[in-house]
Design a protein around this ligand. Structure first.
Ligand code: NCD
Length: 332
């Protein structure tokens, strides 16, 4: 599944996403998608937002289509929001229970995919713990079928990246003058990777990726970002501070990973550490949160926090992406 050069795989993946007319067919990675397309998706997503208490936006643009959610890793927000997004666009939505599916009996992922394809599942939303799975599936499905990456190992999580930049744009406008600090286990975070892809394409002023050295990313995976190991230095004058969970499930050997108290003291996003950021800085977290480890609970619930708005935006972004691939399908 994996070739030798990871950049080659990504370039290939980026090309695989668009059809011959440049329309979005699969969403596998934000890397390689241009600024105009990212901006169009964000604009579309904004059109699906309604005020709290009002009815959520609905359309019938995916009526007759079927969306299949295949989550081979745990998920709360991403899975629920793809489910709601599909239903609010009029699609039939199948939430495959992977724990009782035949993949548990040794069926290959492709056989599972071909089975669903034979049932007219036209859009498959896939989360998997292995690198390359969404692109691998995309290369094997029929030409009308779309694959949407809902979280791929530590590689990418494109709809999360989109909802994060939408949230930032709503609060801060243009990206050029912004200082954005992402704090936590950057090395194992697909959220950090997709945010980095989107923010660099959108022209962010200064992107700082802050972590203990043992959780720092490889520099070649995050071109354009500054890798920082000191929280005070990284958070100074930031407009946006995003905290990330330590991805213990992706860390084979926990030796050298700081204990909880030491981690919170040095890398916790807290009322104290936020004093160094700009007074109007927003606080983000993709969830699930480990309160008291990467983020202080009362900060997550406080006035600077936009965490629940990220969740709301997640449904809107997924509606925008589903609608777009549905239109590409219809134009074939
Ligand atoms: C993240 C994920 O699954 O990558 N959660 C999410 O999709 N909102 C982040 C995480 O698990 O820490």
């Amino acid at each position: 599944m994996n070739a030798a050069d990871p950049n080659e795989i990504l370039d290939d993946e980026a090309a695989l996403q668009l059809d011959a007319n440049g329309n979005l067919r699969h969403l596998l990675t934000l890397k390689g998608l241009d600024r105009a397309l990212l901006t169009d998706i964000l604009d579309d997503a904004e059109g699906y937002l309604t005020a709290p208490g009002d009815l959520p936006a609905r359309s019938q643009s995916l009526a007759g289509r079927t969306v299949g959610n295949l989550f081979f890793e745990p998920s709360t927000r991403t899975r629920a929001s793809f489910d709601l997004a599909g239903k609010r666009l009029g699609a039939d939505v199948l939430n495959l229970d992977v724990n009782t599916s035949s993949r548990k009996k040794g069926e290959s992922i492709l056989d599972t995919i071909y089975t669903l394809q034979a049932m007219h599942v036209d859009i498959m939303v896939v989360r998997d713990a292995s690198d390359g799975v969404p692109a691998y599936i995309a290369r094997h499905v029929q030409p009308h079928v779309s694959i949407l990456n809902a979280g791929e190992s530590d590689v990418s999580h494109p709809t999360q990246g989109l909802l994060d930049v939408l949230t930032i744009r709503q609060h801060k406008g243009a990206f050029e003058n912004l200082t954005i600090a992402i704090v936590g286990d950057i090395r194992h975070s697909r959220v950090a990777m997709s945010a980095t892809h989107a923010l660099t394409t959108l022209g962010v002023g200064d992107l700082r990726l802050i972590s203990p050295p043992v959780l720092a990313p490889d520099a070649d995976k995050v071109p354009g970002a500054h890798i920082v190991d000191n929280l005070a230095e990284g958070i100074a004058d930031a407009d946006v501070v995003m905290a990330l969970r330590i991805q213990r499930e992706r860390i084979g050997n926990l030796d050298g990973i700081p204990g909880i108290d030491e981690y919170f003291a040095n890398y916790g996003v807290s009322h104290d550490s936020m004093k160094l950021a700009r007074p109007d800085a927003i606080v983000m977290h993709p969830g699930p949160m480990n309160r008291g480890i990467e983020i202080e609970g009362s900060l997550a619930d406080g006035s600077q926090s936009v965490i629940t708005q990220q969740v709301t935006n997640g449904v809107a972004v997924r509606m925008a992406v589903l609608d777009r691939v549905g239109k590409t399908m219809a134009a074939r």
